[in-house]
Each structure stands twice: as structure tokens, then as C-alpha cells.
Design a protein around this ligand. Structure first.
Ligand code: NAD
Ligand code: G6P
Ligand code: MN
Length: 447
């Protein structure tokens, strides 16, 4: 129930037609006591796709709290006028373009992944203008609004925000730490990830936990790493059936190999694509990638269930579930709205936080969040192995932003060549040339 004394907020979900929208709505509705809402809007530039979800979302909201106004629109002025928070999860080019991002590199024996390797760089060049467009709408129609942006590839999008809209109220985030911390809590025998205190440094989808402490302040990292060296992030006796699908199970297991390269830290599992690209390619089917799994799985399930709800006129007995993804977003919005000073991992300008790293890099580090935004914690110096890996990757991300700004073929070729996932400039050029054709109409014309 809403607390009568508490201010209530208006939110817009940008990318309203996303497969993640219903679970975010459910999370918002489950947390109205923490974050009271008076209005929820969906905004998408594809009205048809959003229209497949909107009737069900309307029913979910009406059944939970009919006092909340609901709007679904493709008009940026209606969407962005009078809003306090924009939750942005757009995918420029949608899932069919993700499929090409994954399949084109795999043709050349290179990692085909949504955010890592050439596919991630291609997606970066598509995402930048879409995210910037949404920031501009927000600033025009609701200049005091905060955008909580988890549109991928978050690292490149964050670098573009730093350069192109440095004073915007945009906070770039990723839900991967939530998934990892849930595993850590399970491994260490805690009920919730929130019972533990973490230290972490890195780039998005490219980092390491250096401390995991219990509520009394005892360091549990050696125990965690001891487990990871044996089981990765799986539990003894677990099988594929305990995971949403086999790719996440394989990823949890692969942590065993990643952590062996530096057992003093617990790695982000996305490092598998950079440290073991050969294994990743060997385990990929170049004709059926993650995008196909998502289109055949999450997309069908969510859109099917939304159609069922709309048809039935009620969400009673729905199979839609609150996503872990969404929990973080509510926590962040609550911290900004009510000055909670909660500590969270955000993607922010380094600015000296990692002492021996580029001050102009966008890094993922713990920050304290309150009414005026975030304050990063000081990390100190990082070791040579991690610093070297991160510097190579951050330069790749910066070269993509350069390619976008300068419409430069050469910068994009350099980005692909420098990526740890690509074995040679010959291969980089072949992949790039094919991606240029595939991305016609999305990328700036490169010359
Ligand atoms: P999706 O294709 O189902 O949905 C994305 C929606 O964005 C589509 O309806 C599309 O029409 C819309 N869109 C595209 N360009 C737009 C623009 N310029 N303005 C407004 N709307 C636009 O994709 P999905 O699989 O649900 O994923 C959505 C996004 O969330 C992706 O970027 C995904 O990578 C990201 N994501 C990020 C994290 C994270 O940790 N940062 C976690 C999960 C998902
Ligand atoms: C994690 C990452 C996201 C990524 C998602 C992909 O949540 O943090 O950045 O988008 O995984 O999941 P999917 O099911 O779409 O492959
Ligand atoms: Mn992520």
C-alpha cells in the first residue's frame, strides 16, 4: 500500500516493447511501498511491437493499483513529459540484428556475442545514436529526470555518454553483478546477496571481486575462490536443469577456469569470452546462437503470455515473474529518490578511483548513491594482469566511440583488430566488411 505521506513518482520505460518490460513492471508493482508511483509510461519507436505487450501491462497495473495512470506511446513528447525516472533498455535493430552480430564473427571462427568481440562492437555503433536520442528527449521534456540506462553494450554506450552528453543525468548499469552476487550468497550459505559487502573493479562485463565480507566484516573471498576453483559458480550436484538454459550453466562452470588465472579475485564470468575465446567458439553453433535461443525462448514466452493475459482480460495465474534484473533498477531509483546512500556497482568515469588506470575510462566500481547521484569509492592500484587486460579493452571501446564520432572506417578496423577476441587484422577486416553491409541504415557511413 502507498504511504500517504510519501511523494509518488512517474516513470517511463524506454524500449517499452522489450522482452524485459513485463518483469520490470511486476518489480515496480511489488515495490510500491518503497517507490510509490503515480504514472507508468511505455515508450518505444516500434509501436507495433510495444502494442503486443501494452494491453497486458495495462491489466497488470490496473489489477495491482488502479490509481496508477498508464500510458503506452510512440510519441517522445508524451513519453518524456513530466517523468522522474526513465528506465531505458532499448535494443537498436532488435533481436534479428543481434543474431547477425553473433553469426557473422562465428563464420570466421571468432566469438559471436551480444556485447563481447566484434558483435558487441557492431551493436555499440548501432546503440549510440538510439541512446543519445532518448537522452535528448529526456532533457527536453523532463530536465530533472534520471535515466537508469541498461541498454547494451553498456560499456560503449557509457563511453558515448561521457563524451557526447557529459552533464546528463544518466546512470549506466548492468545486472550481471546481481546474478554473480546471488551465486556468491548461495555458495557462502547466505539467504540474500544483500547480506554481503563487496569490493569490485573493472569495466562492464570485464571485472573482478576483490572482497566479499559477511555482516561482521569477516573476509569470505578465500572461501568463495576455493569453491570456484572446484565448481565454478555452480553448486555441487547441480545440473543444467537448475539453470534457465545450458549457456548460463556452462558459464557458471567456466568460472573454474577463469579464476585459476588469478585465484586472489572472483572474476565476472563475461571474462570467458576474452580469456578463452577458443573454447567459446568451439562450444557455439554458428547456425543457432543465443539470439535464436532468446527468440525461441524468452521472446515467445513473454509475448505469448502477454497475449493470453490480454485475451483473458485478467493476469490471474500469470506465469510472468519478477526479474532479478529489475530488482537492481528499483534499488537504484529508490536510492536516488530517497537518498538511501546504498552502495551499488555503477559504470562511471574513473577519474582517479582506480589510481593506476586511465582517468577517462568508464569503469564499473562501487558507488554510494543518494539524491544528487553517485559518489565512487576509491579503489587504489590494480595488478598488472588486470590492468593490461582492461587497458586493451577500454581502448577498443574508445575506438568504437571514435569511429562513431568521426565516421571512421580505420578506427572501427583498429577496434576490431585490437579486440582480444580477434586473432589478426585480416580477420578483423573480413568481419568488419560484412558487418558494414549488415548494419546499413543503422551505422553512420564509414569512410
Ligand atoms: P528487445 O529487442 O526485445 O527490446 C528492445 C526494444 O527497444 C524494442 O521493442 C525496440 O523497438 C526498442 N527500441 C529500439 N530502438 C529504440 C529507440 N531508439 N527508442 C525507443 N525504443 C527503441 O530487446 P531485449 O532482449 O528485451 O533487450 C533490451 C535491452 O536491454 C538490450 O539492449 C539488452 O542488451 C539490454 N539488457 C541489458 C542488461 C544489462 O545488464 N545492462 C540486462 C538485460 C538486458
Ligand atoms: C546479462 C548481462 C546483460 C545481457 C544479458 C543477456 O544479464 O548483464 O548485459 O544483456 O545477460 O541475456 P540473454 O538472455 O539476452 O542472452
Ligand atoms: Mn550486462
Amino acid at each position: 500500500m502507498k504511504d500517504a505521506g510519501k511523494k509518488s513518482f512517474s516513470v517511463v520505460i524506454a524500449g517499452g516493447g522489450s522482452t524485459y518490460t513485463p518483469e520490470i513492471i511486476l518489480m515496480l508493482l511489488a515495490n510500491l511501498d518503497r517507490l510509490p508511483l503515480c504514472c507508468i509510461k511505455l515508450y518505444d519507436n516500434d509501436g507495433e511491437r510495444q502494442g503486443l505487450l501494452a494491453p497486458a501491462v495495462k491489466i497488470l497495473i490496473e489489477e495491482r493499483d488502479p490509481s496508477i495512470e498508464f500510458v503506452a506511446t510512440t510519441d517522445p513528447e508524451i513519453a518524456y513529459t513530466d517523468v522522474d525516472f526513465c528506465l531505458a533498455h532499448i535494443r537498436v535493430g532488435k533481436l534479428p540484428m543481434r543474431e547477425l552480430d553473433e553469426k557473422i564473427p562465428l563464420k570466421y571462427g571468432v566469438v559471436g556475442q551480444e556485447t563481447c568481440g566484434p558483435g558487441g562492437l557492431a551493436y555499440g555503433l548501432r546503440s549510440i545514436p538510439g541512446v543519445i536520442e532518448n537522452i535528448d528527449y529526456m532533457e527536453k521534456y523532463s530536465p530533472n529526470c534520471w535515466m537508469l540506462n541498461y541498454s547494451n553494450p553498456a560499456a560503449i554506450v557509457a563511453e558515448a555518454c561521457r563524451r557526447l552528453r557529459p552533464n546528463s543525468r544518466v546512470i549506466n548499469i548492468c545486472d550481471m553483478p546481481i546474478g554473480l552476487e546471488d551465486s556468491f550468497a548461495r555458495i557462502l550459505g547466505f539467504q540474500s546477496r544483500k547480506q554481503l559487502d563487496y569490493r569490485y573493479f573493472g569495466l562492464n562485463h570485464f571485472g573482478w571481486y576483490t572482497s566479499v565480507k559477511d555482516p561482521e566484516g569477516n573476509e569470505l573471498l578465500p572461501k568463495l575462490v576455493g569453491h570456484e576453483l572446484k565448481y565454478g559458480n555452480t553448486m555441487p550436484g547441480e545440473s543444467m536443469d537448475d539453470y534457465t538454459d545450458h549457456t548460463w550453466y556452462d558459464t557458471a562452470l567456466k568460472v573454474k577456469d577463469i579464476v585459476s588465472l588469478d585465484p586472489s579475485m572472483a572474476p565476472n564470468s563475461y571474462l570467458q569470452y576474452y580469456l578463452f575465446p577458443d573454447d567459446m567458439v568451439a562450444h557455439s553453433d554458428p547456425h543457432y546462437t543465443r539470439a535464436n535461443m532468446v527468440m525461441d525462448g524468452r521472446e515467445k514466452r513473454v509475448f505469448g503470455e502477454c497475449a493470453r493475459i490480454a485475451e483473458a482480460g485478467t493476469a490471474a495465474g500469470t506465469t510472468l515473474k519478477i526479474g532479478i534484473h529489475a530488482e537492481f533498477i528499483v534499488d537504484l531509483a529508490t536510492a536516488l529518490a530517497f537518498n538511501t546512500h546504498e552502495r551499488m556497482l555503477l559504470i562511471v568515469p574513473n577519474n582517479g578511483a582506480i589510481e593506476n588506470f586511465d582517468p577517462e575510462a568508464m569503469v564499473e566500481i562501487p558507488c554510494v548513491v543518494g539524491k544528487d547521484g553517485y559518489e565512487p569509492l576509491s579503489i587504489g592500484k590494480i595488478p598488472t594482469f588486470q590492468k593490461g587486460l582492461m587497458y586493451e579493452q577500454v581502448c577498443v571501446e574508445k575506438l568504437v566511440a571514435d569511429a562513431y564520432e568521426q565516421h571512421s572506417y580505420l578506427k572501427m578496423l583498429q577496434a576490431m583488430t585490437l579486440s582480444k577476441t580477434v586473432p589478426s587484422a585480416n580477420v578483423a577486416k573480413k568481419i568488419l566488411d560484412e558487418l558494414i553491409v549488415a548494419n546499413e541504415g543503422y551505422w553512420p557511413e564509414l569512410h
